[in-house]
Design a protein around this ligand. Structure first.
Ligand SMILES: Nc1ncnc2c1ncn2[C@@H]1O[C@H](COP(=O)(O)OP(=O)(O)OP(=O)(O)O)[C@@H](O)[C@H]1O
Length: 246
C-alpha cells in the first residue's frame, strides 16, 4: 500500500539518501536507527511535513506529491514524540479532524474511539492539558483513528513516557495493527523496543537503509560493520564521530 522509491532529502548536506521500501496493507514496519540518522525526516517526508528533493512516495498507487495534503494526512496519520493536543476537552480534540471535514462526531463514536485506546468515557470531558503524558498519547492516537487512516506513522511516541506507559502504547499499537488491520510504521532508536515488536525491521544509519528483515536475524548479522556497531551501541554518527550522511 505504501511504496517509497529512492527518497532523498538534502538540507545543506544529505539527510536521506536513496531510501526505498514498501509497507503492505496491514503490515507493521519498525524503522530502527541511532539519533540523527534521519528517522523523523523520513516520516515527515512521507506525509509531506517536509519536502523531499528526489524520489517518489505512492499510497495505494497514488503519487502523494499530487494528492490533497489534508486527504494524505487523513489517510496517513502521524503521532509525534510529544502529543500535539489543543487545550480543549478530550472529545473536542478527538472530533477535530472529522470537524474540519464538516462531519459531526457523536459522543458514542468518541466513546468507542476512547475505548479502543483503553480510556473510559469519563475522559470525554477532561481538559486535554490535565492528562498525563501517556493519557495524552492515547488521546492523540484516538484523534488519528477518528480519521479512518490506512497507515499510522509513529515517531518515537513513547520516548517521553515512563516504561509502563510506554509498554501500554506499544501494546495498543500492536492491537490496532493486528485487530483493526491498520498498517503502522514505528520509528525508534531503542533496540529492546524493536525486539518487543518482533516485526519487519528496517535499520537506517546516516540516511541510508543498511538492513531490512527480521530483527533477530539482523542482530546476528556480523557482516555489516555499521550494523554490528549499532547493535553493540558503539556507533558514533554525526560530525563529532566523523561519519556524515552520504
Ligand atoms: N530542517 C532541517 N535543516 C537542517 N538539518 C536538519 C533539518 N531537519 C533535520 N535535520 C538534520 O537531519 C538529521 C536527521 O534528523 P532526524 O530528526 O530525522 O533524526 P532522527 O533519526 O529522527 O533522530 P532522533 O532519534 O534524535 O529523533 C539530523 O542531523 C538533523 O540535525
Amino acid at each position: 500500500m505504501l511504496q517509497v522509491r529512492e527518497l532523498s532529502v538534502t538540507r545543506g548536506r544529505p539527510i536521506l539518501n536513496g531510501v526505498s521500501f514498501d509497507v503492505e496493507k496491514g503490515e507493521m514496519l519498525v524503522v530502527l536507527g541511532p539519533s540523527g540518522s534521519g528517522k523523523s525526516m523520513l516520516l515527515r517526508s512521507l506525509n509531506r511535513l517536509e519536502p523531499f528533493d528526489a524520489g517518489t512516495v505512492r499510497l495505494n498507487g497514488q503519487d502523494t506529491a499530487r494528492m490533497n495534503v489534508l486527504e494524505l494526512r487523513r489517510r496517513m496519520g502521524m503521532v509525534f514524540q510529544a502529543p500535539a493536543l489543543l487545550p480543549f476537552r478530550v472529545r473536542d480534540n478527538i472530533a477535530l479532524g472529522p470537524g474540519l471535514r464538516g462531519e459531526v462526531m457523536e459522543d458514542a463514536k468518541c466513546e468507542h474511539l476512547l475505548n479502543q485506546v483503553g480510556l473510559s468515557k469519563t475522559y470525554l470531558t477532561r481538559q486535554a492539558e490535565t492528562l498525563s503524558g501517556g493519557e495524552q498519547q492515547r488521546v492523540a492516537l484516538a484523534q488519528m483513528l477518528a480519521n479512518g487512516p490506512e497507515l499510522l506513522l509513529m515517531d518515537e511516541p513513547t520516548s517521553a513516557l515512563d516504561p509502563t506507559a510506554a509498554l501500554t502504547i506499544e501494546n495498543l499499537i500492536k492491537h490496532i495493527n493486528r485487530d483493526l488491520g491498520i498498517a503502522a510504521v514505528w520509528v525508534t532508536h531503542d533496540v529492546p523496543q524493536a525486539l518487543r515488536f518482533d516485526a519487519m525491521t528496517m535499520v537506517l544509519i546516516e540516511g541510508r537503509i543498511v538492513a531490512h528483515g527480521n530483527i533477530q536475524e539482523l542482530m546476528n548479522d556480523r557482516k555489516d560493520e555499521r550494523l554490528r556497531q549499532f547493535f553493540e551501541g558503539t556507533l558514533h554518527s554525526g560530525p563529532e564521530g566523523g561519519a556524515h550522511a552520504g
